[in-house]
Design a protein around this ligand. Structure first.
Ligand code: DGJ
Length: 731
């Protein structure tokens, strides 16, 4: 033991001796510090990530080696290298792997310089330049920290000056290290209509990988975000937890590796599967951004960090208004004509929503889109159904007094389409194997600039001819199948990456030319739910599953990462065991809309919906832009509750839901959060069916914020599938 201790000191002392000379780089927010430090070997190490450190001199003195004694008694100086390459003393997962022109597969990166740029009072960018000492390879690490939101985003740029292209086979966006007694991962998995289902596991020695190989979207079976509980499973209101997400609308990979001394490394980035990238001299390979926040008071706080950050910096029109809408997909499917749509537009007006949204099935003539097996790519209005074309629909919407939005799926092609007859080489499809069709369609090869041009042309023409289109629902129903790009020829390993980059080119071009058009990101339900997508879209469709009970879980889980404003939720005819009120209350906690004909409702229900829209309009600033609190988890019982609180804490909206209470179940009060303890608030249940009186015991009463947060409201009941919407107003 003594022997080990002396060896440990021998290792540590020289490092301590030369601290002063070493470079310390601090990436900070109001509450967090991420600290890097160079070592005598010239390499850069993560020396700290956690709650803000208060004393500069102690930050300077942080040790850069996490030395440990190996079984043979020697001290291993393996540290937390900030961006480990391959072939050095670290035997665990590297961030970077390259094959140089001479065939050598190692890389060791040395610190070169760094720059800290204050972008404004809230945002700081830290750029760290690293280089290999034996090969002309440069890696630049970017960290942008957002002080108020306690969010950091990081990405990496790789370039080289070797004579010929090099192959890079690992290119993480970033790497983080943790040292804790235990690690618990919350991951989200699912499928169509089962989006973002939560599961928790303890991470023990070895690797846990979350990745996808879907090509055209990040998610479906696995989701591009996670929670990491440090020392205990992630909890809503206490404990240390990391929330992370990758901004990439394609194959992603998170690797969590617990090593031999129970340290954890977390790598994030594009999934390198089938994607060894051939990088030309001087070309820059830019990774997607890894976006994260660390909370020391539980997930709720971390979610609010991300929500604020997304609204301030990432989500398209994050501070702007949102359009309530009536969509026709659930109401009509493919079975509609101009009159049916005109009728729905009038219903939209009667409901009081802002817009009518026409879904799939409006296009294709030679191969009409009567079901999902034809016409993608032929974006001409189906004359038999809609003889007046889009202009007639836009006018009908105008006559009805609502805006007009339309569904498109610009990245796809049906094998039964004129486009495919003309350009089979534009589809991602194998030349020498049987074709596998997902939803009877193929994915357009967006790595091909000609295809990007075509897709832009389609959207541009629609907008030029119909400048009053206010909204696009942009769908993406198929993952990439039959992985082969006729355009990329022998560079097939670029397909997954260049396809996504092609989609971004298209989105960049379109949203730059038409910045005022709102857009919903949709992918066969909620399979596109990534932070890079948020840049282009005002909202995303959480799931085709609109059963309000399933939705409570799906929305609960998406809300961990995404601001409420970005989560579209519609009232539909799914699960008629749930009342229209329950279905509406579930949709109203998000970005609200309808996908149901009013004809499916009684007069009383219609009246209720009209009043619900009016209440939503009155309160939407708080619901969409307020602080969001998850109060009662549906995973912990038969009820759930959430609330939204305005910035000023003057107003709050509480939603409570009883799902399937048990006989004689003891129902606990709901303790509110986020209020001002000294303020007094009036409680009022709203959104009741016409003529119905509130049975909330505290209805109409006044309480302090302190009381509401410590004692709470008796808002939950023992009734099955029952809900309440409660307005909380400061006096
Ligand atoms: C999948 C979407 O999730 C649905 O809402 C609907 O738009 C269909 N596609 C249309 O094909």
């Amino acid at each position: 033991m003594k022997h080990y201790f002396i060896l440990f000191l021998v290792c540590l002392l020289p490092c301590m001796h030369i601290h002063a000379k070493q470079t310390v780089i601090k990436v900070s927010t109001h509450e967090l510090d991420l600290v890097f430090k160079t070592a005598p070997n010239g390499r850069l190490y993560q020396v700290y990530f956690g709650e803000k450190l208060l004393h500069e001199e102690e930050i300077e003195a942080l040790p850069h080696y996490l030395s440990h004694v190996a079984s043979d008694g020697s001290v291993c100086p393996r540290g937390w290298e900030v961006y480990p390459g391959s072939g050095a003393e670290d035997f665990f997962e590297p961030a970077f792997a390259i094959q140089h022109n001479d065939g050598n597969m190692t890389s060791i990166l040395y610190y070169q310089s760094h720059e800290i740029r204050k972008i404004d009072t809230n945002v700081t960018e830290t750029v760290i330049k690293m280089a290999d000492d034996k090969y002309p390879v440069e890696v630049t690490l970017f960290y942008v920290s957002f002080a108020r939101e306690n969010v950091i985003k990081s990405w990496t740029e790789i370039k080289h000056k070797e004579k010929k292209p090099v192959d890079i086979s690992l290119y993480a966006s970033s790497m983080l290290y943790f040292q804790s007694s235990s690690y618990y991962l919350n991951e989200y998995s699912g499928d169509w209509a089962k989006e973002a289902q939560l599961s928790t596991q303890e991470l023990v020695f070895g690797k846990k990988i979350i990745d996808t190989k879907l090509g055209s979207r990040a998610a479906m079976h696995a989701y591009p975000f996670f929670q990491l509980g440090l020392g205990e499973p992630a909890k809503e209101d206490q404990g240390k937890v990391l929330l992370g997400t990758i901004g990439w609308t394609g194959n992603f990979r998170f690797t969590f590796e617990v090593d031999n001394v129970n340290n954890l490394r977390v790598l994030s980035g594009i999934n390198p599967y089938a994607s060894t990238y051939q990088l030309k001299p001087a070309e820059i390979f830019k990774t997607p951004e890894f976006i994260y926040t660390l909370s020391h008071t539980g997930v709720g706080k971390a979610s609010r960090n991300l929500h604020d950050w997304a609204r301030n910096y990432q989500l398209k029109d994050g501070k702007g208004e949102r359009l309530t809408l009536l969509n026709n997909w659930e109401a009509t499917g493919y079975d509609f004509d101009q009159d049916i749509l005109a009728g729905l537009m009038h219903e939209a007006k009667e409901l009081g929503v802002d817009m009518f949204l026409l879904d799939d099935g409006w296009f294709g003539n030679k191969h009409p889109r009567l079901s999902d097996n034809a016409a993608l790519g032929d974006w001409e209005v189906m004359r038999s159904k809609l003889p007046g074309g889009i202009p007639a629909l836009v006018n009908a919407a105008k006559d009805a007094g609502v805006k007009f939005g339309i569904w498109v799926e610009p990245e796809m092609i049906s094998p039964k389409s004129e486009l495919f007859e003309k350009h089979p080489e534009w589809a991602i499809m194998l030349p020498n194997r049987e074709t596998y069709y997902y939803r009877s369609q193929l994915v357009l090869d967006m790595s091909n600039p000609e295809v990007q041009e075509y897709a832009f042309g389609v959207l541009d023409k629609m907008m030029t001819e119909n400048p009053d289109i206010a909204y696009f629902k942009w769908d993406c129903n198929s993952p990439v199948t039959n992985i082969y790009s006729p355009y990329l020829k022998e560079k097939q390993n670029h397909l997954y990456i260049d396809h996504v980059r092609g989609v971004y080119n298209l989105l960049d071009r379109f949203t730059t030319k038409y910045p005022g058009v709102a857009m919903m990101m949709c992918s066969g339900g909620g399979a596109r739910c990534d932070y890079e997508g948020l840049k282009y879209y005002t909202e995303f469709w959480c799931s085709d599953n609109t059963d309000p009970i399933d939705r409570l879980y799906i929305q609960w889980n998406f809300s961990q990462f995404f601001p409420i404003k970005s989560m579209a939720a519609h009232v539909t005819g799914w699960n008629k065991d749930a009342s229209v009120k329950f279905r509406t209350d579930v949709a109203m906690m998000c970005k609200f809309g309808f996908d149901i004909s009013m004809e499916e409702m009684s007069r009383e229900e219609q009246q209720y919906c009209i009043e619900a829209v009016a209440s939503y309009n009155r309160l939407k600033k708080i619901i969409l832009d307020g602080d969001f609190y998850r109060l009662v988890s549906p995973y912990e019982g038969n009820h759930t509750a959430v609330m939204h609180v305005s910035d000023s804490k003057e107003k709050a909206v509480l939603f409570t839901y009883d799902i399937h209470p048990l006989y004689k179940e003891k129902v606990l009060p709901v303790k509110l959060q986020g209020l001002e303890p000294m303020k007094r608030y009036r409680i009022q249940e709203i959104n009741l069916m016409p003529g119905q009186k509130s049975t909330l015991p505290e209805d109409g009463m006044v309480y302090s914020g302190d009381y509401l947060m410590k004692i709470g409201l008796d808002a939950l009941t023992a009734n099955r599938i029952h809900s309440r919407m409660i307005e909380v107003t400061a006096l």
